[in-house]
Design a protein around this ligand. Structure first.
Ligand SMILES: C[S@@+](CC[C@H](N)C(=O)[O-])C[C@H]1O[C@@H](n2cnc3c(N)ncnc32)[C@H](O)[C@@H]1O
Length: 204
């Protein structure tokens, strides 16, 4: 398979990696979050892609501000989360499937965890500024890394929601692989008193 900056092998699969780490999240994943977490709104989806998560949030009655650094034909494009210093439009919570959350390709294996750490660190700073909530979808295994564990423990980490079903990121008919990895929601809430232990929850 050809290797370049925009098309790389997905870890253990034959499908090309999408430019900008765009993957649409199946609805049941966001619904699993909403079964366990009462979000204070409006909700910011800062990496909205084609709006799959944002639409589920809207259907569940939340006002949603949807932005993305790229133009995927949904929400407001051109907004780089790393250029933001606060949640927009009075949002009190943030929900997203971040880029790099899938952990990256074989070639990216050493880089992607660090990129996700940077993303989570920045998101926590934004959540703290808003005294708000943040829910991020990450690979379950990522949580167990020393640096991830330290970062997660540094914020008001209120819950891990482990998805007992594996996510299928692509639907390519008969060629569709079963998902390779388990994922989890990590949830933070700056309105909670510090020092509490996170809940361990399951959904699927
Ligand atoms: C894994 S996709 C998730 C899309 C959507 N949240 C979903 O779950 O269906 C990641 C998205 O992050 C966007 N993205 C990448 N880097 C970004 C950045 N620095 N700021 C905002 N969005 C970014 C990409 O354009 C892509 O749409």
């Amino acid at each position: 398979m050809e290797q370049n900056d925009t098309v790389r092998a997905i870890h253990y699969s034959n499908f090309p990696r999408e430019p900008g780490d765009f993957y649409a999240t199946p609805d049941w994943v966001t619904e699993a979050l909403l079964r366990h977490v009462r979000l204070r709104g409006p909700v910011w989806e800062p990496c909205c892609g084609t709006g799959d998560m944002a639409e589920v949030l809207s259907r569940h009655g939340h006002a949603v501000v949807a932005t993305d650094v790229a133009d995927h034909g949904y929400g407001t494009p051109g907004i780089d989360i790393f250029g933001c210093t606060t949640y927009p439009g009075g949002c009190r919570s943030l929900v997203t499937n971040p880029p790099y959350g899938d952990g990256g390709s074989l070639a990216d294996r050493t880089r992607s965890p660090a990129a996700l750490l940077r993303f989570v660190r920045h998101t926590l700073a934004l959540a703290e500024a808003a005294q708000g909530q943040a829910a991020l979808l990450v690979r379950l295994q990522w949580i167990a890394g020393q640096r991830a564990a330290a970062l997660l423990s540094s914020g008001p980490f209120v819950a891990t929601i482990v998805l007992t079903r594996r996510i299928r990121w692509f639907d390519r008919g008969e060629l569709t692989n079963s998902g390779q990895h388990h994922h989890a929601w990590v949830v933070f809430d700056y309105a909670e008193p510090p020092g509490g232990a996170p809940q361990l929850l399951f959904a699927g």
